[in-house]
Design a protein around this ligand. Structure first.
Ligand code: SF4
Ligand code: SF4
Length: 293
């Protein structure tokens, strides 16, 4: 039996922001109903007990997020939520104190990514107030993400933009050093007990319109991760936000059968031989991170 360390469940395809680096979904706007959520958990239970509520969309827009957390708890799942952090004031009572909630990731780069953003100070301090309460009083792990570095992080605009946020973090956590001095790409910087800062390059979604990378490659998809979009489409990874690699619908077919289905097997066996079978994978920069040979 395969162990999927990460299983992504998209509970809504709708977002309240429109980040420049996040292609808008062409799929129908939908919210996952609790019964269907419950069914997904039953299907994936033999493979994992850790779920990540995000592919596209903003999970805190889901009006029944508290109910989804309760169902997760009943069924023995730990929940990780990735959010842009703009809707915490409306949702804090639905999140805090829920025993299933293990980790929250806040995409702070969404502030600059969304053209209509206003009041950066208010936004960041609002996220931090929630983060501190969640971490200190409820044992929730917090990852503050700033994924907006350029390849060499050299442009002044980029540095200045990040400096504003970093200054707020230094002040709010009483740090006696400049964050840049301790920065190591890909490694979280501990700001306080259970609160980390993660900085990385801007994220690029794989697209069929991109050019293909050449050569062999490998990806952990279907080995230690998989996902399901809000309409039930099973995808191999959290990067297939449009369901291009549609492996089947979890509401029509048992998940175990989908994993053993022809398309899933071809992708999996292909990567075992370092062959990149799917077109989307050949256009995915993420695959490159695992190295080609
Ligand atoms: S990156 Fe996140 S916050 Fe920004 S539009 Fe996409 S889903 Fe919404
Ligand atoms: S190579 Fe990219 S698109 Fe293909 S399964 Fe892996 S992460 Fe997903």
């Amino acid at each position: 039996m395969r162990a999927l360390k990460k299983f992504y469940i998209e509970i809504t395809s709708v977002c309240n922001l429109a980040c420049s680096f996040c292609p808008e979904t062409k799929r129908q706007a939908q919210f996952l109903q609790p019964e269907r959520f419950s069914h997904i958990l039953d299907e994936i239970k033999p493979y994992t007990d850790s779920i990540y509520l995000h592919v596209k969309g903003e999970p805190l827009l889901h009006p029944k997020i508290d109910q989804l957390l309760d169902i997760s708890q009943q069924k023995g799942f730990k929940v990780n939520i990735t959010s842009n952090g703009t809707l915490l004031h409306k949702n804090r009572h639905k999140l805090l104190g829920k025993p299933a909630l293990r980790q929250m990731n806040f995409s702070l780069h969404s502030f600059d990514g969304h053209a209509g953003s206003t009041d950066k100070e208010g936004y960041v301090t609002g996220v931090l107030a929630f983060a501190k309460e969640a971490a200190q009083e409820h044992g929730v792990l917090i990852s503050l993400r700033l994924w907006n570095l350029t390849e060499d992080n050299a442009t002044n605009v980029q540095r200045r933009r990040n400096r504003e946020v970093l200054s707020i973090l230094e002040r709010e956590f009483g740090l006696d050093y400049k964050i840049e001095e301790r920065f190591e790409r890909g490694k979280g910087l501990k700001l306080a007990e259970r609160i980390y800062l993660n900085q990385d390059h801007e994220f690029r979604w794989p697209k069929l319109t991109e050019r293909e990378y050449e050569g062999k490659g490998f990806c952990h998809a279907l080995r230690n991760q998989a996902g399901v979009l809000v309409d039930g489409t099973v995808v191999p990874c959290c990067l297939d936000g449009e369901g291009v690699i549609n492996l089947g619908n979890i509401h029509d077919k048992p998940f175990g059968e989908i994993l053993e289905g022809e398309r899933a097997r071809r992708l999996y066996d292909g990567f075992s031989r370092r062959e990149v079978v799917e077109e989307l994978c050949r256009k995915c920069g993420y695959r490159q991170r695992f190295g080609t040979s």
